[in-house]
Design a binder for this molecule. Structure first.
Ligand code: GLY
Ligand code: MN
Ligand code: MN
Length: 441
């Protein structure tokens, strides 16, 4: 009896196969090969960074750690998977293919990439996706990473199948459990490293399985947007905690941020609540046809309103946004596509592949499209007290409109970001992250 997972995955690969057939016909290719990748050692070293398979491969086969596997698509044919199981006493060879996914492929077991690398040399009209040095054996006639094909595959990934939505929902549930455990550890006065360990334990995944390096930031560190360290010792006093961390489910990512403080810091707690309320309003606005650039501006207006109401900045919200003052407090983009890549593909092109660059004022906005049903996006407004940017603001013509005494008092809290993963649908948006937290309580 097939389970939900079997059925959803089966429909997913069938749907993607039809899309790939159409692309191959349109572009005149007989076959498409997609390599899973191969680890690369660091320079003058025999160690490599944690390996993860290429995203175009993972988007089709739930094997995010497969090395030297090769997918082969031919129009009208069942896809074939060259599944590499090396004879190796140094490493545990890959597991036997599991029926729930393997039944959708003709599986060719091989013990090295040599088994597939040169066997297609004499064929014409081939396309391949992967790194040049890994696919050299396919011959010189193969089209490597052809742009229009890459665009077509990426475009398909912007609209999530039911299988992908299920994976993303599960990745959210895993991460939500981690966030709650991390918040407990913060309240107990743990260090950043201790909080990270509590997170991984609750998520039940090793760091190497995580979709990205989690940001575990106490106090001022929350003002560093991609803070990369984890202090082993707790600070003398923990005031605030920003955690941006996800989880993996069959190669699909969640990307959630929560910001916490303690009851004695009422002014900061009020700001956190305001950003949270703004974030939920923005999530509700995710509808088909809505421009994400417009939503990004709404986020700035919302942050500007918080700054005005709290008395930190004496300017009207529209003036704050139009003059660029709000960007000193919110220097990053509102969000991005999410999928097998945490910053998923085609956020800055339209469906035909035409570039949609971000507005000059918001160079870090990763998603500039109008939304469509099936998109899964992050919504992550923030409000930060970043010393470097505040210094520039102080020097600017708007410096005198700022309550610097109160800003100084808020700097030791770092900053606030609230981030959820949301599915755009024909009707109400589906907030996968809030659903995941609600299921825990
Ligand atoms: N975790 C990276 C981001 O939020 O985009
Ligand atoms: Mn994030
Ligand atoms: Mn994000």
């Amino acid at each position: 009896m097939p389970t939900t997972v079997d059925l959803l995955y089966g429909r997913h690969i069938e749907h993607r196969r039809e899309e790939i057939d159409a692309l191959l016909n349109e572009l005149g290719f007989d076959a498409l090969f997609i390599h899973s990748g191969r680890p690369r050692n660091r320079l003058f070293d025999d160690q490599h960074p944690p390996f993860r398979a290429h995203a175009p491969f993972v988007a089709l086969v739930p094997l995010p750690f497969a090395i030297d596997a090769l997918l082969e698509f031919r129009v009208g044919r069942r896809p074939r998977l060259w599944y590499c199981q090396p004879e190796d006493f140094w490493h545990l060879p890959p597991a036997e293919p599991a029926a729930w996914w393997a039944d959708h492929f003709d599986i060719e077991r091989v013990d090295s990439a040599q088994a597939w690398s040169s066997r297609f040399r004499s064929e014409g009209a081939l396309a391949a996706i992967g790194q040049t040095q890994d696919l050299a054996g396919l011959g010189e006639r193969v089209a490597l990473n052809p742009e229009r094909l890459l665009h077509g595959l990426a475009e398909a990934r912007t609209c999530k199948t039911a299988w992908e939505r299920e994976c993303l929902a599960r990745a959210n549930r895993r991460a939500a459990a981690g966030h709650m455990a991390a918040a407990d550890a913060f309240r107990e006065g743990a260090s950043e490293l201790q909080i990270q360990l509590a997170y991984l334990r609750a998520v039940a995944q090793d760091q190497d399985e995580q979709p990205y390096r989690g940001i575990v930031a106490l106090n001022e560190h929350a003002a560093v947007l991609h803070y990369q360290h984890r202090e082993a010792s707790p600070p003398p006093q923990s005031r605030s905690f920003l955690l941006d961390a996800g989880a993996d489910e069959h190669g699909y990512a969640s990307d959630i941020t929560r910001t916490w403080t303690l009851p004695e810091y009422a002014e900061y707690a009020a700001l956190v609540n305001e950003v949270d309320a703004l974030q939920q309003r923005l999530c509700q606005a995710l509808r088909p046809g809505v421009s994400f650039v417009d939503l990004h501006r709404q986020a700035h207006l919302g942050v500007a309103e918080i700054l005005r109401q709290s008395g930190l900045v004496s300017m009207e919200p529209a003036e704050m946004v139009d003059s660029g003052v709000s960007a000193y407090f919110l220097p990053h983009g509102l969000g991005h596509f999410l999928g097998v890549q945490v910053h998923d593909v085609n956020g800055q092109v339209d469906a035909d592949g035409h570039a949609l660059p971000p507005p000059e004022r918001y160079p870090f906005l990763r998603l500039t499209r109008a939304l469509a049903p099936g998109n899964v996006v992050t919504v992550e407004p923030g409000l930060y007290f970043i010393p470097m940017l505040l210094e520039r603001l102080r020097q600017s013509e708007f410096g005198r409109r700022i309550d610097w005494a109160r800003i100084e008092a808020l700097k030791p809290f770092g900053g606030i970001r609230i981030e959820d993963n949301v599915l755009v649908s024909e009707g109400d948006p589906v907030n996968l992250s809030r659903q995941a937290f609600a299921a825990l309580s």
